[in-house]
Design a protein around this ligand. Structure first.
Ligand code: FE
Ligand code: FE
Ligand code: FE
Length: 212
């Protein structure tokens, strides 16, 4: 932060510290400003729910359940996105990612198995929200290039969420020493990144300019 010097050579920073000492009125105002902040900081510390994760292994398993739900929810929505797309390239990209998504679901089941656990799904609020938003975009766009651009935008938000999730889960698997799980998660991460790139390519090369 830049500090300005006054005629006496005192820096602005020091000056304000001095005036804080000399002026009780100012000090009181400051206290008033910061008091509600620190109070809310205290009350925002949430008490853990029953069955909350106690270690990284728990957090890892919770994350797997979350993305398992998310992939299954996405599998249901992708055909609707495909139907609403007009461009042949976009339709193909979505159809091929649907096939990948089906494989990713099986891969997650293999991850659970490698840990000696049964595959379990737990609602992913983020994916539910992203898919809701996607539905909204479809409703709010005219069929054709504009809707296609909207579908790409919605799909990329989904892919970015997946990339973040698989990246984190892979990092957890590595730390926890789950080699088989790590291999499987990295395979899916690669597919999600590839899909995101394909979508970027579609947006760049034709759809967005057609939607102008
Ligand atoms: Fe996926
Ligand atoms: Fe989630
Ligand atoms: Fe994906």
């Amino acid at each position: 932060m830049a500090t300005t010097k006054d005629k006496k050579g005192t820096t602005a920073k020091n000056k304000s510290a001095d005036s804080k000492k000399s002026s009780t009125k100012k000090a009181t105002t400051k206290k008033k400003d910061t008091a509600p902040k620190s109070k809310s900081a205290d009350s925002s510390k949430v008490t853990a729910k029953k069955g909350a994760a106690k270690d990284l292994q728990d957090l890892f398993e919770d994350g797997l359940k979350d993305i398992y739900w998310a992939e299954k929810a996405l599998k249901k929505e992708l055909p609707k996105m495909e139907k609403n797309a007009s461009s042949k390239e976009l339709k193909n990209a979505i159809a091929s990612h649907l096939k990948e998504t089906e494989e990713q679901i099986k891969r997650l089941e293999a991850v659970f198995k490698s840990l000696g656990k049964k595959a379990q799904a737990e609602k992913c609020d983020a994916m539910a929200g992203l898919l809701d938003e996607g539905k909204g975009i479809i409703e709010e766009t005219e069929i054709g290039a504009v809707r296609d651009a909207g579908i790409i935008a919605a799909a990329q938000k989904v892919e970015h969420y997946e990339i973040a999730t698989y990246g984190t889960l892979a990092a957890f698997a590595k730390v926890l020493g789950h080699k088989e799980a790590l291999k499987l998660l990295l395979e899916t991460l690669k597919e999600e990144k590839k899909c995101d790139k394909t979508l970027t390519g579609l947006a760049d090369t034709n759809l967005n300019s057609k939607a102008e």
